[in-house]
Design a protein around this ligand. Sequence first.
Ligand SMILES: *Cc1c(COP(=O)(O)O)cnc(C)c1O
Length: 361
Amino acid sequence: MAIEYSARVARIPVYPAAAGYALPEDVALLASNESPDPPLPQVVAAVTRVLGGLNRYPDPTNSSLRRALSDRFGIPANRIAVGNGSCDILLATGEALLEPGAELVYGWPSFSVYPQLEAASGATGVRVALNSRHEHDLGAMAAEVTAATRLVIVCNPNNPTSTAVPLADIRAFLEKVPRHVAVLLDEAYREYNLLEDPDDTVDLLKRHANLVLLRTFSKIYGLCGLRVGYALCGDERFVTAVNQVRQPFFCNAAAQAAAIEALKHQDAVAERVERAIFARVELEAGLDDLGIEPAASQANFCWFDLPEDAVEQDVVAGLAERGVLVRAGGALGREGALRVTFGTPHENDRFLAALRATLGL
Ligand SMILES: *Cc1c(COP(=O)(O)O)cnc(C)c1O
């Protein structure tokens, strides 16, 4: 007899993990929107310093990291949540706000973790289609807010489509959403967005206590292997709630030390952004040569529809045979599309050559 699992487990989708971790040889990992740059030596040194003290539990209140984030953003430390990656805070948000009968509104295609919130909680998920430019349709999303809505998630810039909506539209959207509905802006790619200053949304917290800005050290800081993210919140009760539903030690000592050190090197962040923008321009030009027009990227990856006669799975397999791993759109909500992370200049050239060969151009 097999053991029995809860109905909840049957509802929760399995995260579409990237392939490639078991591949022996040199492959271009362009499937997970990671940074091609290794962590800074100062960050590695900070992690190394804490390793001798691993017989102690980490600081459960993350006080030094929250103080560093508070200094950087001018938000009181009691309105900052920390997590084992920002996905930890995201899932805790679902636990804290959702239950059967409640509604969750988000755009689609968007981050593949969002459907897990409704599945885990038994709440009803309302997916709002992106517009023809692969951008969030905030008007349509506001129209879906009902008396049952507890949470609206806006991924900006959006994964997997790379597009961003401007700050003015976010501001207008927040004016429309009732104050008892939490609005979570997932800003994992915020630093790559050239539409405005990355810190502009922080000001919105002053006016909107129902706003949560979700951010991460996984992307621009290149620390996804350690798992650390944070949320800047309009209301300290949100922080208390997401802490209540989690285990006490949700952020390990090495991750806390790395994040604190990484925050001190904003010059390195700026350089990384510059390299990503350079890659964006190069890839857009290379795709244009192949007659492909990607969505307007404000992230560290691009998203495009394949030529009509191309079969998505064949293209992904053809790229993999040539040592380039990317994400198929089908697994992300749109069949016939690809999501490609910007890599090093060499990796980007390799991708373009592999795509040309795979498409027979
Ligand atoms: C990568 C990503 C994250 C970051 O997840 P972590 O748990 O912080 O690694 C969050 N949201 C979106 C949309 C992402 O693409």
